[in-house]
Design a protein. Structure first.
Length: 427
């Protein structure tokens, strides 16, 4: 019996007997070389730049019928050399990035439950952070009501770090619980969505456990898209209130507007701006926090690829004003180049008599598709620091700050089978 026939019998064992059914196996191998000389923070004196190769390896299984979609994604994340050649065990080892099932409950109503990526709109607030080798996924349940005229999702998650007989204190570095509603509708020239999130973070009092608590913030916002001739416009408007984990009162907002213009089929120009509110002098004051937190968004995508802002940093700080422009040129269907420029300012006061100018960033990225399943990308970024960012990062060494990388993505579909293929095999 052939190997493919064996796989098909396993798939049949799991119930591929429906009028429509499909079984797919695909993979991804993504090594990336990086040279870091001021990535995420200003480069200090008397240290060497970091150079390394990280790698993501994934094996994905998908099974789909008319009433059930099951998906499993295992992954291994490593840095070349983080384990010896004759290793007994890996540094990190395999993990489950996704393991979920989506069930049709009644017509147009689905339940998606398990470990899953949550992605909405342009990923400003919920995204999979695909640039990070490990990416982001949630343990959650989502009810999806999706008639042809709208989409309405309700999601919820409750996290605990282990099974226990007593207590509910979470020590894992994640949220304690969340609940959200997402509503999206398309018109002829306008697409609009609304998001409301109730986000609970675990507070632990190290001296008096009676004060342990889950503190909730709320975020409400809209995402808008429209097209006028050769112009594409998009906008985000979010507001946060409630409590942060330190029990400060939250009052913060994000506003953004972006326009893209297709000069010709292979040339696109973009221009935009974003404001995220912040705290004067970089910290909450008088039990009030005015700094917006984009929480679970793909932040690498928005405020410069060097990740100086909102990528594990700059939270509860002076906020950000980001004016940017980009040019994307496609040489052909396989190759393109993109240039982005960012001018950064703080949204709040950094220090007395200090300019709000944080600096300027240049990002250059090129991409080339070698074949159906093979793509190579390369990038170079430079951050031109100003006094404001030196104060925030507490680094006044005045060094150049740059970053370069090359990434190869190999993502073949290893196997795809549909029910009608069984008849061909048995002929």
């Amino acid at each position: 019996m052939s190997f493919i026939k064996s796989i098909l019998l396993v798939a049949l064992f799991f119930g591929i007997t429906n009028a429509y059914s499909q079984f797919t196996i695909d993979a991804e191998l993504r090594p990336r070389f990086e040279f870091r000389h001021g990535y995420k923070t200003l480069y200090p004196d008397n240290v060497d730049p970091a150079t390394f190769v990280s790698q993501r390896t994934r094996l994905n299984f998908g099974y789909k019928t008319e009433k059930l979609h099951f998906y499993l994604s295992s992954q291994d994340i490593r840095v070349w050399g983080d384990v010896p050649q004759l290793n007994v065990a890996d540094e990190n080892g395999f993990s489950l990035h996704q393991a979920w099932a989506e069930i049709l409950l009644v017509p147009e109503l689905f339940l998606k439950i398990g470990r899953q990526e949550i992605i909405y709109d342009d990923q400003r607030f919920f995204g999979n952070v695909g640039w990070a080798q490990q990416a982001r996924s949630h343990d959650a349940a989502i009810f999806k009501f999706e008639p042809n005229y709208m989409k309405l999702h309700f999601g919820a998650a409750y996290n605990q770090d282990k099974e226990a007989l007593t207590g509910n204190i979470l020590k894992t570095n994640t949220y304690k619980s969340l609940q959200y509603v997402w509503l999206q509708k398309d018109w002829e020239k306008l697409s609009a969505s609304f998001l409301f999130l109730n986000n609970g973070l675990q507070y632990i009092d190290e001296t008096d456990e009676a004060n342990n608590d889950t503190r909730y913030s709320q975020t409400a916002g809209v995402h808008l898209k429209t097209k006028v001739n050769k112009f594409n416009f998009s906008s985000n408007l979010y507001y946060q209130l409630g409590k942060d984990v330190s029990n400060n009162d939250l009052s913060a907002y994000l506003l953004s507007l972006e326009a893209n213009y297709s000069v010709m089929e292979n040339l696109n120009l973009g221009l935009g701006g974003e404001l995220q509110s912040g705290n004067d002098y970089g910290a909450p004051d008088n039990k009030k926090n005015k700094a917006f937190n984009p929480l679970y968004g793909t932040n690498h995508k928005f405020n410069g690829f060097m990740d100086y802002f909102y990528v594990g940093n700059h939270i509860n700080n002076v906020g950000l004003v980001d004016f940017y422009g980009n040019v994307k040129y496609s040489f052909n269907k396989k190759s393109n180049i993109n240039l982005a420029l960012h001018q950064f300012f703080s949204a709040a006061k950094i220090a007395d008599e200090t300019s709000k100018n944080l600096g300027f960033e240049l990002d250059l990225v090129t991409s080339h598709t070698l074949s159906e399943y093979v793509n190579v990308q390369a990038g170079y970024s430079q951050f031109f620091a100003r006094e404001g960012i030196e104060i925030i990062k507490n680094n006044f060494d005045g060094n150049a700050n740059n970053w370069a990388w090359v990434m190869l993505t190999i993502d073949p579909v290893l196997f795809t089978w549909q029910k009608q293929d069984l008849e061909k095999i048995n002929q």
